[in-house]
Write a protein of this length. Structure first.
Length: 88
């Protein structure tokens, strides 16, 4: 009940009073991109804080893939994989 009492529906004429059926205009696009940006920022911040606490997860998510990627690129470079003769 406490959570329900803190909810306030948007007032009429506010910028949040946009239905999904309304065509995209500059105001709605700006609001959507701002909302998406806030959402991405929140997800990245959460991921940063979780990774800071868990060093093994950070190593498995960042360091190991980087090592494997570098090993694959170096293997391709020095083994001659990916070099082709020009078609004439």
């Amino acid at each position: 009940e406490r959570a329900r009492s803190s909810f306030r529906p948007p007032t009429e004429g506010s910028s949040r009073d946009i239905s999904a059926a309304e065509p995209l205009n500059a105001n709605r696009i700006d609001m959507t991109s701002a909302s998406f940006g806030k959402h991405v920022h929140a997800l990245l911040t959460k991921r940063y804080h979780n990774a800071r606490r868990d060093r093994k997860a950070w190593c498995c998510q960042i360091i190991l893939p980087l090592i494997f990627l570098l090993a694959a690129l170096l293997t391709m470079r020095f083994a001659g994989i990916g070099t082709y003769q020009a078609a004439s």
